[in-house]
Design a protein around this ligand. Structure first.
Ligand code: SF4
Ligand code: SF4
Length: 127
């Protein structure tokens, strides 16, 4: 289920299922350990519900951690067209000419992050 959430394929019904399962475990466990085992999950549902919804409804990871939900993008007005990012990209996903803003082809990008590390101008961001 966690995988479905981080990949953005989970649904709101899945969220309900998680909550129901937590209460089922709480109510049917014989010992205290079992009864409290779902508490961390229930706490995240209570205090970080907006994070779950961002992943499920908006297909975004606000913390910029879930690789499947990220996109690497060039901010055109910060890009100096130095070509460094294109030269390190292992997927040949960055196009552009010298001294002109570059562009990342998201269909080719494998989200390795090499470009963002190389850009000295902070012109590549994760969205
Ligand atoms: S490394 Fe940065 S400044 Fe250079 S071309 Fe790439 S995005 Fe533009
Ligand atoms: S994240 Fe990796 S694959 Fe994607 S554009 Fe940057 S260097 Fe290329």
């Amino acid at each position: 289920m966690l995988e479905k959430i981080t990949e953005g394929t989970a649904t709101l019904e899945d969220l309900d299922k998680i909550e129901k399962l937590c209460y089922y475990i709480k109510n049917n466990s014989l010992c205290g350990l079992g009864q409290t085992a779902p508490n961390p999950v229930l706490s995240t549902l209570r205090y970080f519900k907006d994070e779950y919804l961002a992943h499920i409804v908006d297909k975004k990871c606000p913390a910029g951690v879930c690789k499947s939900l990220l996109q690497y993008v060039v901010v055109a007005d910060k890009c100096k067209g130095c070509t460094l990012c294109a030269r390190v990209c292992p997927a040949d996903a960055i196009v552009g000419t010298v001294k002109n803003p570059h562009f990342i082809d998201t269909t080719k990008c494998v989200k390795c992050g090499a470009c963002i590390e190389k850009c000295k101008f902070g012109a590549i961001v994760k969205k």
